[in-house]
Ligand binder design. Structure first.
Ligand code: ATP
Ligand code: MG
Length: 549
């Protein structure tokens, strides 16, 4: 029986448009501004735009919305492309709003010629004062009725570089009494003597977002221009420019942006964290950036699954970070090779074990369909185990090691604790056990039954690694909603470095981009800081959702 998935509101619009023959081919775009690295919110928009054309045919363009020369960089263009491809999507055309600067300038001239735009020399304060309020209409100023010739001449001078930044602007002549404040003669061009990452010094006037976005969509024959809710009030202006210019009628649709608990989601704010050294970079594994998630050990599948599960909403909402963690746990549970690593080691000596070089066989992944094959694990008389797996005075229902208690060593034997050694400060330094030779995993004839199984690593075969444990980057649910600076709410304990972790030898062959389950300890991945002599692992996520609040 196939389960019918109900359509979201954008899918409904698209199905209707295709059925009615309004459009033959669906064309969407993903339009990032190259002023930072992409974050999980962008991943949502990427999955939506590319997902729709995968579902309904047609194609998706990648268009860099690079109309703001001061904040944009080629480094960001490159990282944004890498992140989209890592997520598993490929654009049809790589385009830049700056490629349309000539055409957009031509559109502005057309508006002037139609008497629909004028050069305004008022100061920013005067313009703000003339704008009115949502309940009172604005007041037109003396520049509004300049002649077409005068406007053409002044606009040409703006373009030629005859004026300083801010000396004048080009405004659309729409309606100073409109109930939509954005329709009260919005700015369409401003003077900015700045070097652009692609057009260099060719321009000293740059179009505003509202004048560039819709027209760029139209130039590319975008049928459905999907953006986030803060652009609802811009839609009227979007349609007005397209109608006045008589160009391809792209249409804008809005959905709720993704907000996630315990994080901030704005390139501008993430840039502050990078610039002020509060994180190690855009790809710090605690960052909500796509590159941060990748370095943390998230898979593209898990991020796409997350975007799918949260769906498309028409109202602002806040998604739990734990849902994102759930998605990576689910994915890695199926994929990750199991291995043993001891994070907080204490030595265990098996006093009656005389074997040398015994090799045990471990299953790589009991959750995978093919069980992931097996690997060899060397065993010996001396092992590292977790300090927390031993209790000198065991609590009730304690099934792990304690004086006189028995436990199974994973893939190996049952051992019984006979004795332990303490140092001068009273810390346990060594545990002494005896083992039962006939209790070997897979061929156990001992008749013994134990409730606890613990992981271990043979001391003489162990490799050493550094392990980085991460927690939420912020200690409050919505850092943006708090008083004062969002950076005051960083979680001081968001990163813990364990410098001497013992890992089983097979993990020395770990590769970047692969997830491992350290049995009982969580999912981990190799970090890019790793070298052959200095292995570094990141914890992707713990095995269970262990958050308290
Ligand atoms: P930021 O403030 O992080 O820079 P932005 O909206 O200014 O975000 P753009 O580069 O302009 O970033 O966005 C590219 C596309 O990604 C836009 O269509 C935008 O609507 C979408 N987008 C950005 N943030 C989110 C989010 N949190 N959820 C969903 N879509 C988003
Ligand atoms: Mg933006």
């Amino acid at each position: 029986m196939s389960e019918e998935k109900s359509l979201n509101f954008i899918e409904e619009i698209i199905e209707n448009d295709l059925k009615s023959g309004k459009y033959e081919t669906l064309v969407t775009r993903f339009p990032p501004e190259p002023n930072g690295y992409l974050h999980i919110g962008h991943a949502k928009a990427i999955c939506l735009n590319f997902g729709l054309t995968q579902q309904y045919g047609g194609y998706t363009n990648l268009r860099f919305d690079d109309t703001n020369p001061v904040t944009e960089k080629t480094e960001y263009v490159n990282s944004q492309q890498e992140d989209i491809q890592w997520l598993g999507f490929q654009w049809k055309n790589e385009l830049y709003a700056s490629d349309y600067f000539d055409q957009l300038h031509g559109y502005a001239v057309q508006l002037i010629e139609k008497g629909l735009a004028y050069v305004d020399e008022s100061t920013a304060e005067e313009i703000a004062a003339q704008k009115g309020t949502p309940t009172e209409p604005g007041t037109p100023n003396q520049y509004r009725d300049r002649s077409i010739e005068e406007n053409l001449d002044l606009f040409a001078k703006m373009k030629a570089g005859d004026f300083e930044d801010g000396a004048c602007i080009l405004r659309a002549k729409i309606d100073m009494a409109s109930t939509n404040m954005l329709m009260r003669d919005p700015i369409i061009y401003r003077i900015k003597h700045a070097h652009h990452h692609r057009t260099g010094d060719a321009w000293c006037i740059y179009p505003m977002y509202d004048f560039a976005h819709g027209q760029s969509d139209s130039i590319e024959n975008i049928t459905h221009s999907i953006c986030t809710l803060e652009y609802v009030s811009h839609r009227e202006l979007y349609d007005w420019f397209i109608a006045q210019l008589g160009i391809f009628p792209s249409k804008q649709y809005e959905f709720a942006r993704l907000n996630l608990t315990y994080t901030v989601m704005s390139k501008r704010k993430l840039l502050q964290l990078v610039n002020e050294g509060l994180v190690s970079g855009w790809d710090d594994p605690r960052m909500p950036t796509i590159s941060g998630l990748r370095r943390r050990g998230y898979t593209p599948e898990s991020v796409r699954e997350f975007c799918e599960r949260i769906g498309i909403a028409k109202r602002e909402n806040l998604i739990e970070l734990s849902l994102l963690e759930f998605c990576i746990r689910e994915d890695l549970n199926k994929k990750a090779t199991r291995a043993m690593a001891v994070l907080d080691p204490i030595k265990l000596v098996i006093t009656n074990y005389e074997g040398d070089g015994e090799i045990l066989i471990g299953e790589n992944n009991p959750e995978a369909e093919d069980k992931g094959g097996t690997r060899e694990i060397p065993f010996s008389k001396e092992l590292w185990i977790e300090r927390e797996d031993f209790m000198e005075e065991p609590a009730k229902k304690w099934f792990r090691l304690a004086p006189g208690a028995m436990v199974r060593l994973k893939f190996a034997y049952i051992v019984k604790c006979d004795d332990f050694v303490k140092d001068a400060e009273g810390n346990v330094t060594e545990i002494h056990c005896t083992y039962f030779p006939e209790s070997k995993s897979g061929s156990d004839t001992s008749g013994l039954s134990v409730k606890g199984t613990i992981h271990w690593v043979s001391t003489k075969h162990a490799k050493t690694a550094q392990v980085r444990l991460y927690d939420r980057l912020f200690s409050v649910v919505s850092p943006d909603a708090e008083e004062g600076d969002f950076k005051d709410y960083l979680n001081p304990n968001s990163k813990e470095v364990l410098s001497k972790v013992y890992i089983e030898p097979a993990l020395a062959d770990a590769t970047l981009g692969t997830g491992y389950q350290f049995i009982r300890k969580g999912y981990f991945c190799l970090d890019k800081d790793s070298t052959a002599d200095h292995l570094v692992f990141n914890r992707v996520v713990s095995l269970k959702d262990g958050w308290k609040g």
